[in-house]
Design a protein around this ligand. Structure first.
Ligand SMILES: *Cc1c(COP(=O)(O)O)cnc(C)c1O
Length: 377
């Protein structure tokens, strides 16, 4: 294109991609094997490597995170009502909808923006069968409290851990909490397989059942034990995932540096706040959300968002609009704004700043300088 733009475009995210020539041998191997899907050698190897890397016992790979969520709900035969958060990506609630389950939205806590455990019990009815919390931005939910509540009321817990790849709490994987935990390997996530996902479970029998479910319910050539779906990961995705693992540590280390630059650069700007790192947690630095206080900053979140955009800096208003305010869900009783004051407030204040492994430090400084420049101070 002859069009010349003086400003370099800074996007909120860019997928991590290894050098293409390193992927060619994997493709050659697939062509040689002629094994394209159905638990092929790369699929088997990736399950093994990921279990080791993440520190989990059993993992089952999926075509994407949404199908993994849908299958997880099927595995536990969840019906009726499920308690969840409105402050998430739409797939969390959609996975319930696709299973004919009614989402019951519970408000979030203001510190880490995860479901507020103290508000869960009052939302439980005789129809409640499970809780589906989300580790939003990779910050762990209050897993201990949620477990207590689930035990007391005999509810299952499925964590939407789409943001929590590699996150640890007190040295152990956050993915080991709940009956099941679900990952996404979408292009925009910290670890991607183009598209992909996984379910983490605690025992071999459950893994076997999940593996059956993701392949139409087949256990062998002629035995179909359940009305399963086709949600399995293919060999190209799995091979790519193996290659990506080589770059993961460097990717997260780079994101940590970017996070620290934002934390240092933004800490003294009036009206801008961000989530603090948690000492007991190994973070994955997948997102850098900030909250804009209009009065203190001198500009609203939306004004800042569009100002940045006019400078070719593309931030994202994750998670706005709230799931509970979308046409599909807004008529539910639990979607009432009075039921979800914190989530509604945060959804009006939040912006996720650009963060990805190939984002260079000058661009990070530029984002900080503009946010400083636009402020009242
Ligand atoms: C990305 C994401 C999903 C969906 O994962 P896909 O792999 O894109 O289907 C689900 N929940 C949350 C919170 C997500 O961010």
């Amino acid at each position: 294109m002859s069009h010349h733009n003086t400003k370099k475009r800074i996007t909120v995210t860019q997928p991590s991609l290894p050098p293409i020539q390193e992927f060619i041998p994997y493709l050659e191997k697939i062509w040689e094997n002629k094994w394209l899907t159905n638990n092929g050698p790369f699929h088997q190897e990736l399950e093994k490597k990921l279990a080791e890397f993440l520190g989990v016992k059993y993992i089952s790979l999926f075509a994407n995170g949404t199908l993994a969520l849908i299958t997880a709900l099927q595995q536990l035969r969840i019906t009726g009502e499920v308690i969840t958060t409105p402050f998430s990506f739409v797939a969390t609630a959609h996975s319930l909808w696709w299973n004919n389950i009614q989402p019951i939205f519970v408000d979030i806590e203001p510190k880490y923006l995860n479901i507020d455990p103290e508000k869960i019990e009052s939302a439980i009815t005789p129809h409640t069968t499970a809780i589906m919390p989300v580790h939003v931005y990779g910050n762990p939910c209050n897993v201990t409290r949620i477990q207590e509540i689930a035990q007391k009321h005999n509810l299952k817990v499925i964590y939407d851990s789409a943001h929590a790849f590699g996150v640890k709490l007190d040295g152990g994987s956050i993915l080991n909490y709940g009956d099941l935990s679900v990952l996404s390997f979408h292009a925009t996530k910290v670890y991607n397989t183009f598209e992909g996902g996984a379910i983490i479970c605690h025992d071999e029998k459950t893994k076997q059942q999940i593996d059956n479910l993701k392949n139409f319910g087949f256990v062998d050539e002629i035995t179909v034990v359940a009305p399963g779906i086709n949600s399995k990961m293919n060999e190209i995705q799995a091979a790519f995932g193996l290659l990506q693992l080589n770059y993961l540590k460097a990717n997260i280390a780079k994101r940590k540096i970017i996070t620290e630059s934002y934390q240092n650069g933004l800490k003294n700007i009036n009206g801008i706040s961000f989530l603090k790192d948690i000492p007991a947690v190994t973070h994955n630095y997948s997102y850098f959300p900030i909250l804009v206080n209009t009065d203190e900053y001198g500009m609203s979140r939306d004004q800042l968002y569009f100002k940045l955009k006019s400078e070719e800096i593309y931030s994202r208003r994750y998670f706005y609009p709230l799931i509970s305010n979308l046409p599909t869900y807004r008529s539910l009783l639990s979607s009432a704004k009075e039921n979800l004051p914190v989530a509604n407030e945060i959804a009006e204040k939040v912006i996720c700043l650009p963060i990805f492994d190939s984002l260079d430090s000058e661009d990070v400084s530029k984002v900080i300088q503009y946010i400083q420049h636009f402020s009242r101070s």
